[in-house]
Design a protein around this ligand. Structure first.
Ligand code: SF4
Length: 302
């Protein structure tokens, strides 16, 4: 695996980003020497930050191809790939090109919370679909956090629906941006493990390659590229608790989907709303109230 770093700049601001604040002060990186070092047969990963905001990414892909790379992988948040013309241009640069797209949730709210970027889910989903439509293989990396581990099965299903060939589940680590907010980002292993196990089972059932990485740190996470698109057996982190669920395969926990349970120490409460509050918030739900005459005020009322 030859990693070609294109700099730490990024158009997202993920809560789990291993690079954290380094992005703000990062200088542009000249990848000339790294590209020149490619030898035939190398698996080359173009990484950031976010590689697609490098205006020369297409050239870099072409150069890696021309130097004989057996596989050129772009590790991306996929947002810019939402532009079909750009996805097409990249795909045309090399028939050995593949994408590793970061997906942080199965819904817009879940994903956009993690990226701190409203609208990113829609772009990433479209971007992933675009590169698949352009005939390029794609995999999905999910950084497993305290906020998404209960929904990993749904994320795996979404990845499969969008045409990904493999998923990597990388447990968030307290580094970079996550170091400051470890309590709300890094999941408790004993809580996350059953969901990881169920997600691996679901990925295999759907025919996806699957890897569970113990770290979201770039060096660890990139190791899986060597087997991109292939099913790999990587041991799950040992849970301290792995509940046996009736009807599930021995040693596996199945996790029913439904309303997510609150995390440990997480306080959930609904603001109390009156009927009048709800009418003001959702007038379309109360057409009769909107057309009804205003209620008469009681005599003597303020
Ligand atoms: S994790 Fe990746 S996409 Fe998210 S902010 Fe960091 S570099 Fe950007």
């Amino acid at each position: 695996m030859r990693v070609v770093a294109l700099g730490l700049s990024c158009n997202s601001a993920c809560v789990f980003c291993a690079q954290g604040e380094l992005r703000a002060t990062a200088r542009p990186v000249d990848p000339t020497a790294a590209l020149a070092a490619i030898v035939p047969g190398d698996v080359v990963a173009l990484v950031g930050g976010e590689p697609t905001i490098d205006p020369r990414l297409v050239d870099h892909v072409r150069e890696a191809h021309a130097r004989g790379a057996s596989r050129v992988i772009v590790q991306t948040n996929g947002r810019r790939l939402a532009y079909r013309a750009y996805a097409r241009e990249l795909a045309a640069a090399s028939d050995r090109l593949a994408f590793d797209v970061s997906l942080a949730g199965s819904t817009e709210a879940m994903h956009d919370y993690h990226t701190s970027t409203p609208g990113s889910f829609a772009q990433t989903v479209r971007g992933l679909a675009n590169v698949v439509a352009e005939g390029r293989p794609a995999a999905v990396t999910v950084v497993v956090t305290r906020s998404n581990f209960r929904h990993l099965v749904d994320v795996v299903r979404l990845a499969a629906r969008l045409g990904a060939r493999a998923v990597q589940l990388a447990i968030a680590q307290p580094v970079g941006a996550a170091a400051r907010a470890a309590d709300r980002v890094v999941p408790a292993p004993e809580l996350a493990s059953p969901h990881l196990a169920a997600s691996v089972d679901e990925a295999r059932r759907l025919g996806l390659g699957v890897v569970v990485a113990g770290s979201a740190a770039p060096d660890d996470a990139r190791g899986w590229f060597a087997g991109f698109g292939e099913v790999e057996d990587v041991p799950l982190p040992a849970p301290r608790v792995r509940p046996a669920v009736a009807g599930s395969a021995p040693g596996r926990a199945t996790v029913p989907l439904g309303r997510p349970a609150p995390g440990r120490d997480e306080v959930r409460a609904h603001d109390r709303r009156t009927g009048a509050d709800l009418e003001a918030l959702f007038p379309d739900l109360f057409p009769e109230a909107a057309s009804a005459p205003a209620p008469r005020r009681a005599a003597g009322a303020g």
